[in-house]
Design a protein. Structure first.
Ligand SMILES: O=c1ccn([C@H]2C[C@H](O)[C@@H](COP(=O)(O)OP(=O)(O)OP(=O)(O)O)O2)c(=O)[nH]1
Ligand SMILES: [Mg+2]
Length: 158
């Protein structure tokens, strides 16, 4: 698959405590996520079961009609059991505070977040707001109210 991903312009301010750190970047041409780095002044140790709100040193202004999602990195999850507690984190287009990452250590050893550690990834995406249309009843569908496993397993269907 080739081609260019559509671009969304995002204003960014690198806060003073992020001085010297690189702006998040796409590691490959068609990556969906920008790797966020920890803008901690000193290493933060996450004990097993511990959590921490880790600063990225970035404040952003997303265009109306977009959001950013803060998602875990699979490598950290696989190797260390470290993930985002509130995944996916939601960055609203009108948020002007610092983007932070709520990490939790679900592994069985201490995990140290060093300055510059790539701790999560941020995906920018279009988003729509719902406009409620109250009605008395909803149209019928083959699924109806079925959910939560109502279609059975793939094996059961064979
Ligand atoms: O992982 C995250 C999640 C949120 N935020 C920031 C941006 C977002 O716009 C704001 C509010 O997030 P959310 O709506 O998830 O939190 P809340 O608990 O509902 O707080 P609020 O009442 O401020 O909306 O916090 C982050 O920096 N990182
Ligand atoms: Mg909220």
């Amino acid at each position: 698959m080739t081609g260019e991903a559509p671009a969304i312009a995002v204003e960014v301010v690198q806060l003073p405590h992020a001085a010297g750190l690189p702006l998040p970047r796409y590691e490959t041409e068609l990556s969906a996520g920008l790797d966020l780095v920890a803008a901690v002044e000193a290493p933060v140790v996450l004990a097993p079961g511990g959590r921490a709100l880790v600063p990225t040193g970035l404040a952003i202004a997303l265009p109306a009609g977009t959001e950013a999602q803060v998602r875990p990195r699979s490598g950290l999850a696989l190797k260390h059991g470290v993930t985002c507690l509130n995944t996916p984190g939601t960055i609203d287009a009108d948020y002007r505070g610092e983007v932070k990452v709520l990490l939790i250590n679900l592994g069985d050893a201490d995990f140290t977040v060093e300055r510059g550690t790539r701790i999560a990834q941020m995906v920018v995406a279009p988003v729509a707001q719902a406009v409620w249309h109250p009605v008395a009843s909803l149209n019928e569908t083959p699924r109806g109210a079925g959910g939560f496993g109502s279609t059975g397993t793939a094996a059961a269907k064979l």
